[in-house]
Design a protein around this ligand. Sequence first.
Ligand code: DCS
Length: 478
Amino acid sequence: MALSYDSLNENVKKCQYAVRGELYLRASELQKEGKKIIFTNVGNPHALGQKPLTFPRQVVALCQAPFLLDDPNVGMLFPADAIARAKHYLSLTSGGLGAYSDSRGLPGVRKEVAEFIERRDGYPSDPELIFLTDGASKGVMQILNCVIRGDGDGILVPVPQYPLYSATISLLGGSLVPYYLDESENWGLDVDNLRQSVAQARSQGITVKAMVIINPGNPTGQCLSEANLREILKFCYNEKLVLLGDEVYQQNIYQDERPFISSKKVLMDMGSPFSKEVQLVSFHTVSKGYWGECGQRGGYFEMTNIPPRVVEEIYKVASIALSPNVSAQIFMGLMVSPPKPGDISYDQFARESKGILESLRRRARIMTDGFNSCKNVVCNFTEGAMYSFPQIRLPPGAIQAAKQAGKVPDVFYCLKLLEATGISTVPGSGFGQKEGVFHLRTTILPAEEEMPEIMDSFKKFNDEFMTQYDNNFGYSRM
Ligand code: DCS
């Protein structure tokens, strides 16, 4: 049978991914027509002007062009520690960057990841339980693929969530079991609410198998407290759920009250029986943090308390794709073992990374304050990650107008915003939100010097929009 829309896998048709959805497509069209578009729909820092960190690019450049290492002038172009690191990584490969690696990644890099986790958490980590992946996305897909047997298997997913989860669950034919984050509690996670979600799913005959947390949150930007993580892990223990800890934003923290704390550390701190029994898979990436190397596609996952036979099966499935990107594995190695104090490149590396993080911290503040100064907009502070997720309280007139235009209300608002200002955002409905409440997501990534102008242009649009549709009663709200 020929491939036609009708004969497509139904799961492919059902699958939705709003980050590159209707708004993105319209923005791309407008860009082709010559309009200036500010792409704040994707957490893609380099696309918005962030410069790559120098040291990792030097190392990978040398690995990509090993003949430079034989050039007598190499020391004039590259610092000695970059040259040494390039030789180190090349020695870990079996034939340089052009050769496949083991399907779990290079053993030497997995060891560096394990050492990083040990330093971060204060507990041992086993390189045999770490798999390198092409970005965190591929890792999440590999694990969900192993978990989901069919629509009788449910995965607890936060709402709002990053649509990698909803899309992959649809693609694999599983069931998404939503649990709602509490916007009025800075997007906190209430365990009673989790219990209700599980009970409801079970009453529909669904076997709940895993729970996803995104910490720091996307799109919601909250950092989970240690107490909250402990409750979650206890819940997973009682309910026998695998916890999938998406920790890709662990370096992106913009306040001091709630530093990042990994699920693995909290689990190990809890001691037996939890530390010996709760199953955990944690994900990380080179796309985020102050690296923002999204295009390199590097990531890893670490498994805790997963039985060896299951690890073997996950390895078998990873083997079908032969090998994760080898240059991305080297980026991951560099991310987990950056230059140390005393190294030639340390000062520059520290200056560059600190500069990026401090600017992101200021941008998080400018955006939250900017949104909160707008009519009918309320926004929690971005404690971490890369996004601002303001609630837009739409007047009934706007909801009516959206209906007439055949659009979901927040899509209608975001399209109008795009047409008026060139700011390309993602409507809250792409991440899930409570019925009758509307949001949009924007990244905090535009260049700091452009931020005031962007926020002014947003405010002007929003306040005009609200005046246009305002009839002074019955706003959508929490
Ligand atoms: N997990 C979360 C929570 C993410 O936000 C992303 C990317 C990923 C995993 C996957 O990243 P990599 O595959 O690149 O490692 N975030 C997308 C987003 O919301 N905007 O940009 C990309």
